[in-house]
Design a protein around this ligand. Sequence first.
Ligand code: BG6
Length: 308
Amino acid sequence: MTTNEPARLNHKYGIRDQLVFSEGPGGLIIAEIKNPHGEATVALHGGHILAFRPRDHAPVLWLSSKSQFKTGKAIRGGIPVCWPWFANHPTDTDKPAHGFVRTAVWSVSESEKLADGSSYLKLSISDSEETLKLWPHRFRLEINITVSDVLSVKLVTTNTDNEPFICGGALHSYFNISSIENIMNKCLEGCTYIDKFYKGRRKKQAGSVTIRRETDRIYLDTKADCIIEDNGLQRRIGISKNGSRTTVVWNPWIDKSAKMKDFGDGEYKRMVCVETTNADTDVISLAPGHTHTLESHVRVEPLTGNNE
Ligand code: BG6
């Protein structure tokens, strides 16, 4: 029996009436979490959160109907963990985009039913022969996931090497929305961003972010929490963050999503990525023995008449 065999995982980490491991799509091992406050699904492949919803709410995360669920392939949707670099490797574009941990299998380290009935799951991954070929540093990376009516995700990087290293990364969150025309993302007003769609030009955000075409923007030097207002689903998704100075907003729109095999027809309308990131000039330098935590907390509240 391998370490990630569901029977073994259930014996060691399963929580009665709350957390069960099984074979999910494509045979990947998943943890299904359900408690009085909410539910979530997490794949050990990539330490990837596939789904989350607070009780009595529509799904908060978007997952493509055409996603691949295969060893070595990235999952399209949910919350991919991009690490130790965001997007292309800074000097070698032959290396995998968004780093290598989103396509690697993580291990389960801990699980717990918390006093208020929430569920906690910790997964981890460390350097190996393969990772050292792609990135010559020893590390430990943990993802701490708490499922309640709020989804809390903490990505903890530890430098277990003898030299400092530089790393970036993202909780590349895909949110489920009623329709791209119906949403606006508040809180980035005045921020400088790199507009990847317009050849990397630097611009300043004026007003709220609304999306009417392909959008790929890296907002720099911002610690601001974000709010996605969705008039169709009559809700706000609040994304608060810590340990992150970059926010990425992405929607591939019609042409780009049509070229991506793992996007269903027209599905670009039902998603927006608001990514808790450290990229470009906001990457982290970590001394030996030190840790850095990138965290994101996702909550949902109804849109009511007295909201601005
Ligand atoms: C976003 C990037 O974070 O991820 C985009 O800003 C990129 O440039 C997108 O296209 C998706 O990346 P991938 O590697 O999952 O197709």
